[in-house]
Design a protein. Structure first.
Length: 236
């Protein structure tokens, strides 16, 4: 999977904790959805921020595995989480079985996510082709126990903006529409107009009905009405 955040790793935590995501709200909603489950998989664990917030409010005995394909992000997750989480470098396209079966898998801005534009909910994917989505979703389905749940965090649409960060830094993002639901998003960290880090990330948006058909082909059925902080799918 080429959609790596290696170029942004040194600044990722600063960007994400400066208002990019509401991690506390996501963590509370995750805990409600996880319920009595104990084996949890985070898809695209990054530097471990979402996982850290979930651990802070979770009961004893929750076993979390976090996968990511970017080693520089995992290095930061290891420093943050220590041995509280089993961290694995893995491309979700890799068909090698994951180390366990899980009650719940979730993604907060990882491989897949929901986008709510005020009217409709869309599926966002860092894969731009159906074949890759199908292959990766099939791998996730195989990693879930029967009736296991896949949760995808819902966020606002990507848009262009610039905002200040601590230590005199600025964060800027730009979104280009290439048609057919395909986009690229450029992330930049700047200081005094000098670019310190730049990351380009392709993504794709699909109507929820079309996305649901892809999920069904992988044995995952929709289990929500498109409202709330997570899209929810269940392994058949």
């Amino acid at each position: 999977m080429s959609n790596s955040y290696a170029a942004l790793a040194a600044y990722y935590d600063t960007i994400m904790t400066s208002g990019y995501y509401e991690y506390d709200a996501y963590a509370r909603a995750l805990l409600d959805h996880i319920g009595e489950g104990r084996d949890v998989l985070e898809l695209g664990v990054g530097t471990g921020l979402a996982c850290e917030h979930l651990l802070a409010i979770s009961p004893a005995g929750l076993r979390i595995t976090g996968i990511d394909h970017t080693e520089s992000m995992l290095d930061r997750a290891r420093a943050r989480l220590g041995d509280r989480v089993h961290l694995v470098q893995r491309d979700i396209l890799d068909e090698e079985p994951l180390p366990a079966l899980f009650d719940t898998a979730y993604s907060v801005g990882g491989v897949w996510y929901g986008v709510h534009d005020g009217h409709d909910t869309w599926l966002g994917s860092h894969f731009t082709e159906d074949d890759d989505d199908l292959r990766a979703l099939a791998n996730v389905a195989r990693a879930l126990r029967p009736s296991g749940t896949l949760l995808l965090a819902v966020q606002e649409p990507h848009r262009a903006y610039t905002r200040p960060l601590p230590d005199g830094l600025h964060y800027a993002q730009k979104v280009d529409d290439h048609g057919g639901g395909r986009f690229t998003k450029d992330y930049r960290v700047l200081k005094d107009e000098r670019v310190l880090a730049h990351q380009r990330s392709p993504f794709r948006l699909q109507p929820r009905s079309r996305a649901d058909a892809l999920f069904r082909r992988c044995g995952l059925r929709r289990a929500d009405d498109g409202a709330g902080p997570f899209l929810r799918y269940v392994r058949a």
